[in-house]
Design a protein around this ligand. Structure first.
Ligand code: SAM
Length: 213
């Protein structure tokens, strides 16, 4: 199993996410209502399994993973609600088209944004926003806040959580207020307001970290 994590250039970590991180990542999803969830970056499937455990019986999970070795592990999950695709997250809209999905309630991403090619990150973030229902949410964890600005450019609200109970400790973004803009649309650079919001979010994060809330 450990050998699958050896490709640090695409996995971005050496350990699967802890249950504390997974709980925080999924906390903002209304599983009673969600019909279609997309997952980006399956790894060994710890997030996948928890989504399926919480998901409605008639809901669908479409999960994209670039590393076939991880998919061999994830295929053992064997849940009929799960569609596993060996695909790059940058091809999300094409994959969803092939799967007949045009409206997504939540996108849950474990992608290592900081070490990825940044043009690809932009493509993934634009595609995620484009496929989301207007009330849908984008969920992402990161070991730094390096991509806060990219998310604040695309969503009206970016909530930042944090947990120390993961190796390494991680931030969790929950993004709401997606518009159905075309993927690749030119966006404004982060405004002073966005930077100010980032500072406030960081202060909130420190308070949450101290109290682990
Ligand atoms: C940090 S691991 C997360 C695995 C698991 N979800 C977890 O939380 O433990 C990131 C995963 O994203 C996958 N990945 C990296 N780049 C990708 C891309 N462009 N498209 C799809 N998956 C990608 C990696 O192969 C790896 O499995």
């Amino acid at each position: 199993m450990i050998k699958h994590w050896a490709n640090l250039r695409t996995s971005g970590t050496i350990m699967p996410s802890s249950r504390f991180l997974v709980n925080r990542l999924l906390a903002g999803i209304d599983f009673a209502d969600a019909r279609v969830i997309v997952e980006l970056g399956v790894g060994t499937g710890c997030v996948t399994r928890e989504i399926l455990r919480r998901m409605r019986a008639d809901a669908r999970l479409v999960s994209l993973e670039i590393n076939p070795a991880f998919l061999d592990v994830a295929r053992r999950i064997g849940d009929p609600r799960l569609t596993l695709r060996n695909a790059c997250a940058g091809d999300l809209l094409r994959v969803l088209g092939e799967e007949g999905v045009d409206d997504v309630d939540a996108v849950v991403s474990s992608l290592p944004l900081r070490i990825m090619d940044q043009a690809l990150v932009d493509r993934v973030l634009d595609a995620s926003r484009a496929c989301l229902h207007p009330d849908g949410r984008f969920h992402q964890y990161q070991y730094s806040l390096s991509h806060y600005a990219k998310l604040a450019e695309r969503y009206a609200e970016v909530d930042i959580g944090f947990t120390v109970r993961n190796a390494p400790p991680a931030f969790v973004y929950t993004c709401t207020g997606a518009t159905r803009a075309a993927p690749g649309e030119v966006r404004l650079r982060p405004s002073v307001a966005a930077v100010y919001a980032g500072a406030l979010a960081a202060a909130t994060m420190v308070i949450r970290a101290v109290h682990d809330i």
